[in-house]
Design a protein around this ligand. Structure first.
Ligand SMILES: Cc1cc2nc3c(=O)[nH]c(=O)nc-3n(C[C@H](O)[C@H](O)[C@H](O)COP(=O)(O)OP(=O)(O)OC[C@H]3O[C@@H](n4cnc5c(N)ncnc54)[C@H](O)[C@@H]3O)c2cc1C
Length: 483
C-alpha cells in the first residue's frame, strides 16, 4: 500500500476524472499533491457514464457556454488522449415526430456556438448506418466520439504520478480538524486504519458527494444529484455515435464502444444510497431507442448500469452542464462541482489556476499540449490478430527488420493472418503496422492469401469468403485479386 506523507501543498478528495485531472495539472506545475479516493478510481460518475466525447452539439440549443467548451475540449483530447478515444464521428437524426423548432434551429444554434455540423441527405446516412430507422427526415454530421473513461482517468493518474503526485484509492476522508485559518488536517480511513494529513489547501472534487465534504469543513455547497441509467447491448448497432435530434429526452444517445452499444440515458432525482438500474428503466430505454435503431429491442442486452451526475445547482435533465469552482471564504478549501467528462481537463485547469494563486505557484498549465501516456498494459493488450494472438507491438518490431518488405513477409514471421479468419478481420491492422501505400499493400497481401483459398470454396468456408469479400468491397478492394 502506498505510504501517504504527513503534509502536502494540496490534498485532493475524489479520484474521478475531475480529481485526477487536477492532480495531474498541479503536479506538472510543481506542487506537492496527494489525492485520495474512497473506492477505486472512477467509482463515481466518471465510471458510470455514456463514454461520449461531446462535440458540443447536444448543448448548443440550451447551454452555449458548455457547448463551446465541449467543442474546444473535444479537439484538445483528440490530440492529447487519442489512445483512449475512438473517433467514430456522430450523426444527429430526426424522426417525423421530431420535426419542429428544435430541429429547425439546430444548425444555426451550433454555428452560433462555433460547433461543426454538416447536413446530409437521409439516404446518405442510411447507407453508412443501415440499421437506422429508414423514416428519418433529417440528419447532421457532428464531431462526437467514443471515449474510454476508465483508461482516460487511469492514464491521467499515471501522468500525475510521473510528475510526483501521491495518489491512492480505497482511502476515505472521514473528518477534518478545523482551526482559525480553516482546515488544519484531514483524517483518512484506509484498510481499517486511520491516518492524518496536513495540507495547505484542500480541493473538494468529490462529485455528487461534494456537499458532505464541504460540510466537514463547516461550509455550505449546493450540489444537484441526478440519476441516469444506461443499457449495454451486445454488438455495434451503429458505427457512428447516434443522437436523436430533439429536445433532450430518454434514450436519445447510442454510443458504439468496442464490440457493444451503450444506450441511454434516463434522468431522475438521484439517491446516493441507491444507484441501481431498474428493469422498468431498461425496458423504457430499449423501447424508445428502438425507434431510432430498428430491431435494437431484439439484440441481446448484456447489462445495465446507473450513475449520478454531480450538477452545479439543482438537478434535472435541463440543469446546466456547466461547472462551478468555489473558493470558500475563510477557508483553505476549493470545491468544484459539475461539468462533463469531456471538459474534465478544462475544469482541472481552472481549479489548478485558482489553487496556484492560493499557493503562490507561477507556472502555467501544460495539459492542453502534453499528451497523456499510453498505458503499458493497454499497449501490450492491443492484439492485431486474435486467432493467432499477435500483438501490434510485435508486428511493429518485425516491420523494422530489413528482411520484411511486404505484409506477407510480416505474416510469415509472426503468423498474423494465418489463423481461423485467414486475415479477413486483421488484414487492415497488419498493413497499418507497415510503411508504404496501404491500399496497394492490402491488395498484394490479399492476392497472395487468395492462392490458398480458391480451392476450398464450399460449405462454411464459402460463406466466410463471401463475408470477407463484402468487408473489403467497402474499400474497393477485390480480396481475390481479380481472380
Ligand atoms: C448517466 C450519466 C451519463 C453521462 N454521460 C456523459 C458523457 O457521455 N460524456 C460526458 O462528457 N459526461 C457524461 N456524464 C458526466 C460525467 O460523467 C461527469 O461530469 C464526470 O464524470 C464527473 O467527474 P467527477 O470526478 O467530478 O465526479 P465523480 O466521478 O463522481 O468522482 C467523485 C469521486 O469522489 C469520491 N469520493 C466521494 N466522497 C469521498 C470521500 N469522503 N473520500 C474520498 N473520496 C470520495 C467518489 O468515490 C468518486 O469517485 C455523465 C454522467 C452520468 C451520471
Amino acid at each position: 500500500m502506498i505510504n501517504l506523507p504527513s503534509s502536502s501543498d494540496v490534498l485532493i478528495i475524489g479520484g474521478g476524472a475531475t480529481g485526477a485531472g487536477i492532480a495531474r495539472d498541479l503536479a506538472m506545475r510543481g506542487a506537492s499533491v496527494v489525492l485520495i479516493e474512497k473506492g477505486d478510481f472512477c467509482a463515481g460518475a466518471s465510471g458510470s457514464n455514456h463514454g461520449m466525447l461531446h462535440s458540443g452539439a447536444r448543448y448548443a440549443s440550451s447551454d452555449k457556454e458548455s457547448a463551446r467548451e465541449c467543442a474546444e475540449e473535444n479537439d484538445i483530447l483528440k490530440r492529447t488522449a487519442s489512445a483512449y478515444i475512438e473517433d467514430t464521428g456522430g450523426f444527429f437524426v430526426a424522426l417525423p415526430e421530431d420535426e419542429g423548432s428544435f430541429t429547425d434551429s439546430f444548425q444555426s444554434n451550433c454555428r452560433a456556438a462555433g460547433i461543426y455540423t454538416r447536413e446530409l441527405a437521409p439516404e446518405e446516412v442510411l447507407r453508412e448506418e443501415p440499421l437506422l430507422n429508414p423514416d428519418i427526415t433529417r440528419a447532421f454530421e457532428v464531431k462526437d466520439a467514443a471515449v474510454d473513461p476508465f483508461m482516460l482517468v487511469n492514464a491521467t493518474i499515471a501522468s500525475a504520478r510521473a510528475a510526483g503526485a501521491v495518489i491512492t484509492n480505497y482511502s476515505k476522508a472521514v473528518s477534518m480538524n478545523l482551526g482559525d485559518e480553516g482546515i488544519e488536517s484531514v483524517r483518512i480511513e484506509r484498510a481499517g486504519r486511520t491516518c492524518e494529513i496536513k495540507p495547505q489547501l484542500v480541493i473538494n472534487a468529490a462529485g455528487a458527494w461534494a456537499g458532505s465534504i464541504a460540510a466537514m469543513a463547516g461550509q455550505n455547497l449546493e450540489v444537484g444529484v441526478d440519476k441516469g441509467t444506461m443499457a449495454v447491448v451486445d454488438g455495434r448497432a451503429a458505427n457512428h455515435l447516434i443522437n436523436r435530434l430533439r429536445k433532450p429526452a430518454d434514450a436519445d444517445i447510442l454510443v458504439p464502444h468496442r464490440s457493444a452499444t451503450i444506450v441511454g440515458t434516463t434522468s431522475s432525482p438521484g439517491d446516493l444510497n441507491r444507484i441501481r438500474p431498474t428493469a422498468e428503466e431498461v425496458e423504457n430505454l430499449l423501447r424508445e431507442a428502438s425507434k431510432t435503431i430498428i430491431g435494437l429491442h431484439s439484440m441481446r442486452t448484456v447489462r445495465a448500469y446507473s450513475g449520478v451526475r454531480p450538477l452545479a445547482g439543482a438537478g434535472g435533465r435541463n440543469a446546466s452542464r456547466n461547472f462551478n469552482v468555489t473558493k470558500h471564504e475563510n477557508s483553505n478549501m476549493i470545491s468544484v462541482v459539475g461539468g462533463k467528462l469531456t471538459t474534465y481537463r478544462l475544469i482541472a485547469q481552472k481549479v489548478a489556476d485558482e489553487a496556484a494563486g492560493f499557493l503562490g505557484i507561477s507556472s502555467a498549465c501544460r495539459t492542453d499540449r502534453e499528451e497523456l501516456p499510453v498505458l503499458e498494459k493497454f499497449r501490450s493488450k492491443q492484439e492485431v490478430c486474435s486467432c493467432e494472438m499477435v500483438s501490434r507491438d510485435s508486428l511493429i518490431e518485425w516491420s523494422k527488420s530489413d528482411d520484411v518488405t511486404c505484409a506477407a513477409d510480416l505474416m510469415r514471421r509472426t503468423r498474423a493472418g494465418m489463423g481461423y479468419c485467414q486475415s479477413g478481420l486483421c488484414a487492415f491492422d497488419i498493413v497499418s503496422c507497415m510503411e508504404g501505400d496501404p491500399v496497394q499493400m492490402l491488395q498484394d497481401f490479399l492476392s497472395e492469401r487468395w492462392k490458398g483459398e480458391e480451392a476450398v470454396l464450399y460449405d462454411q468456408q464459402l460463406r466466410q469468403e463471401v463475408f470477407k469479400s463484402h468487408l473489403f468491397k467497402v474499400y474497393n478492394i477485390d480480396h481475390s485479386g481479380g481472380n
